[in-house]
Design a protein around this ligand. Sequence first.
Ligand code: S0N
Length: 289
Amino acid sequence: YERRHGDISCERVVWLKSWVGDGPELEEVLYHKALGEGIAKITINRAHKRNAFTPRTVTEMQRALSAARDDKDVGVVILTGQGTDAFCSGGDQSVRGKHGYVGQDNIARLNVLDLQMQIRRLPKPVVAMVAGYAVGGGHVLHMVCDITIAADNAMFGQTGPKVGSFDAGYGCSIMARLVGQKRAREMWFLARFYDAQQALEMGLVNAVVPVAELEMETIKWCRQMLKNSPTAIRVLKSALNAVEDGHAGLQELAGNATLLFYGSEEGEEGRKSYLEGRQPNFSKVPRLP
Ligand code: S0N
């Protein structure tokens, strides 16, 4: 630990390599938990390819996200890339086939779409910590996250129309919500890159900090969220999603209502009465205005 200014929010983090459940050893992703904090960190570990993802990278990220979701000690997840050159440069073009990205099992997939859904539905905030390039499918990943903290060397953009691909799902809809229709069309049609300051001005990111301070600043944001009510944050995330996600958004929000209802006396009376073979007695439940 390194304490600075006696301020807990400036205390450095000790990262512990953590277990993501059964399955093969992680190769393309790192999963860490911060000692004594509620923070998990998922790192794409392919710096030699600017952290481009293969089907295996995506599967490993999905396993790490599941581990973070199931872990009652984890309240916030950081998503990042190894090194400072790139957050993620999208799909690894060297394994792109005619029907998607081809994994070691020789099956072509676009499983990054499942990963996007998983980030969106995770009932805990996901913070993108972006140094260097966040482009192509990597740009979509940071947009799907709840918060983005960018280093001053970050570069953002879509490359699809240059390399013969596009993400017409969240890659368009979330982008248009973030930056507006005109800018979204500009980003996709021209495939330009934007620096961190431009991204901040466009509403693509929440903050820009010097690259050397990126992790510490991200940790501060995480710690501040962790001080707040996890249930409030959980319901707010699903509510913010629900406005845009149609039936899927409603289902997510409604799941939270059910979760809270199960914990109430009213919900418990229903369950108990069934098990005790009697009529439920809801007479004490106040009919609130
Ligand atoms: C990121 C860039 C700008 C970095 O440039 P820089 O710093 O000059 O480094 P390079 O020398 O270019 O790169 C270093 C090494 O890394 C390799 N590399 C980088 N990115 C990739 C990549 N995406 N795939 C494979 N290899 C990559 C370089 O080749 C180099 O290797 P060596 O050292 O051996 O020469 C620059 O690298 C760049 O522009 N990268 C490509 C960005 C890109 O076009 N990405 C793909 C965009 N498309 C997607 O992401 C698809 C997303 C997707 O999966 C999807 C999802 C939903 C619906 C549809 C789709 C879809 O298919 O579109």
